[in-house]
Design a protein around this ligand. Sequence first.
Ligand SMILES: Nc1ncnc2c1ncn2[C@@H]1O[C@H](COP(=O)(O)OP(=O)(O)O)[C@@H](O)[C@H]1O
Length: 287
Amino acid sequence: MAGISRAIRACATASRRSLAAASAAALPKEAAAAEVRAAAAAGRKWREREDGRRVQWVFLGCPGVGKGTYASRLSQLLDVPHIATGDLVREALASPGPFSKQLAEIVNHGKLVSDEIIINLLSRRLEEGEEKGELGFILDGFPRTIRQAEILEGVTDIDLVINLKLREEALLAKCLGRRMCSQCGGNFNVASIDIEGENGEPRMYMPPLLPPPQCESKLITRADDIEEVVKERLRVYHDLSEPVEEFYKTRGKLLEFNLPGGIPESWPKLLQALNIEDPDNERSAAA
Ligand SMILES: Nc1ncnc2c1ncn2[C@@H]1O[C@H](COP(=O)(O)OP(=O)(O)O)[C@@H](O)[C@H]1O
């Protein structure tokens, strides 16, 4: 993994030549999908690669779909860091100064920050990881534009891109129900989602993920999780980030996963789709 951070930075500032070269490596769509299926069917052991490097995965999906939750669980299981660019942005927002004011203006209106800013934040995070000896990663929230995807593709090998999908009706409620404990940093969700089955789709029930009593009085809501801003983020996702799904589909890296419900129902099915055995499946599904 050494050098990815520097390469990303260099690539972002350099001309777009290497980006075009990366796009030329696209596979035909059908071969691509078959390849992802074959990798999963072969029961590939994600933890063990001959070169010692660990997984380099990406999570895609609309705001509220649960990328953070599942990426974080998988990162623990696969022993790689979960790197969420949204968290990097929020850390930058929390530090005083004109830069954070400029960021807040963008983020709190549901817009994307510039590719340059996000690449700077991500390169810095990857550099720190390289110094600590990190051997892989699960990215969450990056890439979010075709340009970001081209830059990433030009500098390293992404093994797999998991595209989480959830019924549109549930997304807004999930974002509005999101809470974080200001003390321990735990993530919770107070929304109870119960969508009637219709048009051949089954009923969908997602129970709330409530905080333990010691966190109850310390819950905070993200400034960008208000209805107007969430709707704008969903719109921006459809416009700028959905094309990234297609980008990876044509390269044979996209695994689509429709979340069937809440964590207890979805987590074991996701592991199954990825051919990963959870040594402690029952306990972690209920947590
Ligand atoms: N890759 C990225 N490119 C541009 N902006 C980003 C990126 N990742 C995060 N951000 C900014 O941080 C905000 C929060 O990101 P995130 O926590 O991933 O939110 P979401 O719940 O919408 O997926 C985004 O709305 C955007 O302003």
